[in-house]
Design a protein around this ligand. Sequence first.
Ligand code: ADP
Ligand code: ADP
Length: 229
Amino acid sequence: APLLELRDVSFTYPDGTRVLDRVSLAVPRGARTALVGPSGAGKSTLLSLVERFSDVTGGAVLVDGVDVRELPRAALRARLGYVEQEAPVLAGTLRENLVLAAPDAGDDELAAVLAAVGLTGVATRSPAGLDAPVGEGGVLLSGGERQRLAISRSLLARPELLLLDEPTASLDARNERALQDALDAVAERTTLLVVAHRLSTVVGSDQIVVLDGGRVVGVGTHAELLETT
Ligand code: ADP
Ligand code: ADP
């Protein structure tokens, strides 16, 4: 079975808004899948069903072939990593920002996840290194660096599937490129599902699923989708 599968998933909010209409897709283990579509297409709602913040109103979400409604939420979330659109930086040091989900991680492991997202330099910006406070009076980070710090924080928990919601939405061109490079490296270690509203931001994906008005309207590689649109 694929790592994640949606079978004929429909979802209607309690107020009656129907947001997903018989959506089927498969996220193979080890691959990088993108979910693309305009604002309002239902992308965030779909992610919330995977994490079980809500439950489907039709169809099923399966992880490794098992309906997520049969898995304890804690067990499910231990297998998933999620990085929101404007990932927060926490009060505290770089180390505290990283080890949230992995309190026992050693310095080598911290260095490795920082390197994986191109952030090796942040730990040497201050003489205090990883123990420098983040923010005012310590290590200042750009929006893109904060996003990548959040990704390295998730990596430390070794998720089987990492969900990224619009990781480049608020970034300038330089930070977007750095984030793309980071995703290339992260894709070597874990299965990725990346949500975006523009096709250009998901060029490196193995598979792109296009969602519009709550329906899947296209599936293919970047090149295949460009040919048909
Ligand atoms: P996307 O992430 O693709 O922009 P969303 O999943 O955020 O799309 O939203 C899809 C649709 O669901 C939108 O029309 C939005 O207004 C609606 N929606 C989102 N949250 C709720 C809610 N809590 N109750 C009712 N409708 C909602
Ligand atoms: P919000 O906009 O949600 O109020 P802020 O942007 O003010 O949040 O900051 C949230 C956290 O991020 C705070 O702990 C703050 O110290 C830290 N922070 C803010 N700006 C930066 C920055 N440029 N680099 C690193 N940390 C920052």
